[in-house]
Design a protein around this ligand. Structure first.
Ligand SMILES: [Ca+2]
Ligand SMILES: [Ca+2]
Length: 93
């Protein structure tokens, strides 16, 4: 959690409102912190889509609450990915 807050503020303070990520800041964060996850790092459409999905209240900025939702979604996506790759490692019930 502390890590997420640090990461968020590292990018959110660059321009405009210190406590929200503009479209440009979000893009820098995604490419800087999650570039390997997202792949090429040149996927502008991907970033736009993430931004549109994230900006729940459509004010053109991603606040910390909206950012946390992204991190949750990515964690789920990663879990699904690893479960797909190694289904035998699923916890036994
Ligand atoms: Ca900002
Ligand atoms: Ca917003």
């Amino acid at each position: 959690m502390q890590m997420l807050i640090k990461t968020f503020h590292k990018y959110s303070g660059k321009e405009g409102d210190k406590y929200t990520l503009s479209r440009g800041e979000l893009k820098e964060l995604l490419l800087g912190e999650l570039g390997s996850y997202l792949g090429s790092g040149k996927d502008n459409e991907g970033v736009e889509k993430v931004m549109n999905d994230l900006d729940a209240n459509n004010d053109g900025e991603v606040d910390f609450t909206e950012f946390i939702i992204l991190m949750g979604a990515l964690t789920v996506a990663c879990n699904d990915f690893f479960l797909d790759v190694k289904p035998e490692d699923k916890p036994k019930e």
